[in-house]
Design a protein around this ligand. Structure first.
Ligand code: PMP
Length: 327
């Protein structure tokens, strides 16, 4: 049975797959309170968000936990970020955080999934034709779910992924909104990711305008050197919820974790490098610009953090239970 996977990345092992093969075309999408068949989940072609990138969205995961029930990982943090993204743009989502969390639970149940990726998107309808930001009355919310294997591969065979530094950089922070997960922001990520694809590597790293490391096209990044863990300052990058979780886990494990300016030199010279993100989870990096990191194999500190993270998302440890919202 092959679960749906539109990135070509390996799917989860069978024991974590849904009981029956998931067909996206037969799925149900929550659209402003209505559970709508996939084929009918349409938006207006004059949607302001389609034309100008004015949508806010989230990427969330639900995992099958050790109790057998699915749980959404850090649901409230994600939904609050959706609201903040829209507020940074100047709009507001016409629901409460609790209503959106409940709707996510409903759409997971309606699709009979015990493990999935969750994509809420708040977007504007067709009422405003120019660049003026539409009113909240024009806003719509949709929530789709689908099973999705680890976005950049499952890290099998103890190998890290191959990445390259893109020529596209994160936009100058005085003219961009990196904390907001807005669809328009992602053109820059698409350009960087395309360079990686053309170079036949797995992912791109973007530098900031000063030339320091910022993040992946859809992930935050961590560097381990001399048993100390560093990650770029949050000002230029998305404030990742996985990033925050890893900072907490690594600190609890006794590691020194700090935000820092990280040069490309430090990347090439690192003991370990890994990405974090909801879709990518924790993805070890084995090669940057043709230079092997630790011979390309997954490092011990990455492994240690990964193990605790796996326990947290699967509910096997009470310590991180507050991160889970059971469906
Ligand atoms: N940076 C970017 C640009 C992203 O798109 C993502 C994915 N949301 C992340 C970082 C990681 O954020 P999170 O851990 O909250 O998914």
């Amino acid at each position: 049975m092959v679960p749906f996977n539109n990135q070509g990345s390996p799917s989860r092992p069978d024991n974590q797959s849904p009981a029956t093969a998931f067909q996206m075309a037969e799925s149900t999408i929550w659209m402003d309170g209505v559970l709508t068949p996939y084929g009918q989940s349409q938006i207006h072609v004059l949607s302001h968000s389609l034309h100008y990138g004015s949508a806010a969205f989230e990427g969330i995961r639900a995992y099958k936990t050790s109790s057998g029930k699915p749980a959404i990982f850090r649901a409230r943090d994600h939904v609050e970020r959706l609201f903040r993204s829209m507020a940074i743009l100047g709009g507001s989502v016409p629901y409460s955080v609790d209503q959106v969390i409940a709707a996510i639970g409903d759409v997971i149940k309606a699709n009979h999934l015990d493990e999935c990726y969750i994509r809420p998107i708040a977007y504007f309808g067709p009422e405003v034709k120019g660049l003026k930001l539409p009113l909240a009355s024009s806003m719509k919310l949709a929530i789709a779910v689908w099973p999705w294997g680890k976005y950049l591969g499952d890290g099998s065979a103890n190998k890290g992924i191959r990445v390259k530094i893109a020529s596209f950089r994160r936009p100058e922070v005085g003219s961009s909104l990196p904390w907001a997960k807005l669809s328009g922001n992602y053109l820059n990520s698409i350009m960087a990711r395309r360079e990686a694809t053309l170079a036949q590597v797995d992912e791109a790293i973007l530098l900031d305008q000063q030339g320091f490391v910022a993040e992946g096209s859809g992930e935050n990044i961590f560097v381990v050197a001399n048993k100390k863990i560093l990650t770029p300052f949050a000002c230029n990058v998305l404030q990742g919820i996985t990033r925050e979780s890893v900072i907490e886990i690594a600190s609890k494990l006794g590691y020194s974790v700090s935000e820092a300016l990280i040069s490309r030199n430090q990347l090439y010279d690192a003991d370990e490098v890994f990405f974090t993100g909801t879709a990518a989870e924790i993805t070890p990096i084995g090669e940057v610009d043709g230079r092997l990191i630790r011979g390309g194999v997954v490092g011990p500190i990455t492994k240690e953090i990964l193990k605790v993270f796996e326990g947290a998302i699967r509910g096997t440890s009470d310590e991180w239970e507050e991160w889970l919202s059971y469906v």
